[in-house]
Design a protein around this ligand. Structure first.
Ligand code: HEM
Length: 125
């Protein structure tokens, strides 16, 4: 790696085989309804929210029950993603108080998810 620093790639976090995504929806989703989408009930999709934006991650078994990333499902997990944490207590929406570096990590995750998963709504405040 050159000492001149980080060089941004044009296709940052793009998947190798990019899925065809739907136009993002901004439907309000209540926290209680988001909680039902944690993968435990197969009649619901599996959702992960980041900074209030809800992604449908049903296509990826990484978020299914018993898999480690299920901890992010059914909630806004911004803080844990920012802090690279898998602790359930960190899987919560508050991120504004975090240091800039962690906010950067969080924004990178947002980019990662937005290139892979449909945006189905916004967490209702
Ligand atoms: C020993 C530590 C870890 C290992 C070996 C590991 C391994 C992996 C691997 C192999 C992938 C798949 C990458 C790909 O699809 O290209 C992945 C994805 C991911 N990891 Fe980890 N990981 C670790 C720790 C963590 C931690 C601490 C977090 C907390 C933020 C995390 C969050 C994620 C997320 C959100 C994805 C994206 C899954 C997706 O939607 O494709 N990982 N990890």
């Amino acid at each position: 790696m050159a000492e001149t620093g980080y060089i941004e790639e044009p296709k940052r976090f793009a998947p190798k085989d990019p899925p065809k995504l739907n136009p993002p929806r901004d439907e309000p989703i209540r926290v209680e309804d988001l909680a039902k989408c944690d993968g435990t009930d197969s009649s619901y999709p599996t959702y992960v929210a980041i900074m209030g934006t809800v992604f449908d991650v049903s296509s990826n078994t990484a978020y299914s029950p018993k898999n480690p990333y299920n901890v992010f499902a059914g909630r806004d997990a911004s803080r844990a993603l920012a802090q690279s944490s898998l602790k359930p207590e960190d899987c919560r929406p508050e991120w504004q108080d975090l240091p800039e570096k962690e906010k950067g990590v969080l924004k990178d995750w947002y980019t990662f998810f937005s290139k892979r998963y449909n945006i189905v709504g916004k967490v209702q405040l």
